[in-house]
Design a protein around this ligand. Structure first.
Ligand code: ZN
Length: 173
């Protein structure tokens, strides 16, 4: 972890995440077969989103977090369904059902053990990034009928709070 190769990779991932911009990035997304994820959900990303939706999603700003060799534990059985997108499937979104609470343990970029207990949107970001490390994308978990372009989403769905859940449920009819 202390090697200049890994530290340079982490710096480069941070730059890529901020340039994109995104809320999370996994090493596999930049062609590195390593168990590293980074997360950062800046307050400025929230300004373009409805406040009611942010509250419903339990979405709060998250400072830059680097997790190496992360291990995820689902806590409880509660789930939530919301639209999500991915830098590796750019231009699209879909409804994905994910656990509401998780615990993630691993090492930080100094090699020290860390543990994160997360709920709401942070729990979703962590599950999404951990999936990347095992070769899974959100499209492997989505409600297929909810898959749409970002443009269609912003035109018809972005301001609807609970509608995404209904939309997801309709997919199983
Ligand atoms: Zn992704």
């Amino acid at each position: 972890i202390a090697s200049s190769r890994i530290q340079a990779l982490i710096d480069s991932m941070i730059e890529t995440l901020r340039d994109s911009p995104g809320e999370g990035l996994a090493a596999s997304q930049v062609g590195e077969n390593l168990q590293i994820i980074i997360i950062e959900d800046l307050a400025k990303y929230h300004k373009i989103r409805p406040k009611k939706l942010l509250a419903e999603q339990d979405r709060k700003p998250v400072e830059l977090t680097v997790i190496i060799n992360p291990k995820l534990t689902i806590v409880g059985t509660e789930t939530a369904s919301y639209f999500e997108g991915c830098l590796s499937v750019s231009g699209y979104v879909a409804v994905v059902e994910r656990a509401l609470r998780v615990k993630v343990s691993g090492l930080n970029r100094e090699g020290k053990p860390i543990e994160i207990e997360a709920t709401g949107w942070l729990a979703r970001i962590l599950q999404h990034e951990l999936d990347h490390l095992s070769g899974k994308l959100y499209i492997d978990r989505m409600c297929p009928r909810s898959f749409m372009t970002e443009k269609a989403f912003s035109l018809h769905w972005a301001d609807k709070r609970a509608a995404d859940r209904t939309h997801c449920m309709q997919t199983s009819l």
